[in-house]
Ligand binder design. Sequence first.
Ligand code: KG4
Ligand code: ZN
Length: 339
Amino acid sequence: MTTGRILAIESSCDETAAAVVTRDLRVLSSVVSSQIALHESFGGVVPEIAGRAHLEVMEPVIEAALREAGGSITEPGVDAVAVTAGPGLIGSLLVGLSSAKALCLAWGLPLLAVNHMEGHLFAAQLEVPDLAFPAVTLLVSGGHTEFIEVRGPGQYRLLGATIDDAAGEAYDKVARYLGLGYPGGPALDRLAQLGNPKAISLPRAMKNEGLDVSFSGLKSAVIRAVDGDPSLAIEDIAASFQAAAVDVLVIKAMRAVDLVGARTLVLGGGVAANSELRRRCAEEAHAAGIACALPSMAMCTDNAAMIGAAGWHQFLSVGPSSLRMAANPSWQLDMERDA
Ligand code: KG4
Ligand code: ZN
């Protein structure tokens, strides 16, 4: 007898997460245990510490997700186990994948190995079930900045990407330079809301060219401006950086929307929690007469519910993965790519 539910597990970076998701993409439970406090004093994720921390909390996190959905370790009440198999930190991925395989063996259930980035692409659909396709999804996280045409679940085309730093990486680097700690994106975002975005004139790299973006020069430009005028207020520096970073992302996203005739602009990934990016995308999408899908903060950052959604798609369209499936730290999502 099927239950119409799957258990999903995520441990690719610094969040240990488990969720139970139904076939019609209702989230019955979504438990996330963040390691931010453990990595804070090092100014970034320390892979060795991340792997060990996943090991410590994986089992209680899975139990909590099952319990909240009315199940237990002995009576899971699910049809399959979905798990992130890449991309991510190898030591972290292995904890989730090994746990998932052990549960599949114990419960006699199929394994669904999911690509983490496909999870981010599905996050919006958990909250906007009637999302109109084709969509352009701007995937912005600590490791990714990609503009993707989504014609439907599983049908992706890469339209553009960063040629150097990811957007979240740029936020984290500038935040570190300003002494805002780790992860710097949220702190920089809060400060920016108090400053003048026109205080410093910063470059909008590659603004008029294609759909790729570049962020490496922006950090250097911020440092040059601050060195040249030590009296600049930190709020104004933050606001000027944020205006430049968001400007480029929004200009390219809307260019991508025009190119593919998208009906929805979707945001995904940790930087999709950024207040200015959300405001500008909603504004521009409205002006263009298309929908804008902004996932809640909990769905922007890493979680297992989105892995469950991608897991269901895989279960129904491709089928289960082999229990011999290996973790792949650099697993590239299967997308059409323009030459
Ligand atoms: O997707 P995510 O949780 O982890 C991965 O990188 O996969 O994204 C984390 C990134 C970090 O770089 C963090 O600084 C950034 O998202 N971030 C933000 C905001 N919230 C998180 N960046 C700018 N503004 C925010 N509000
Ligand atoms: Zn992520």
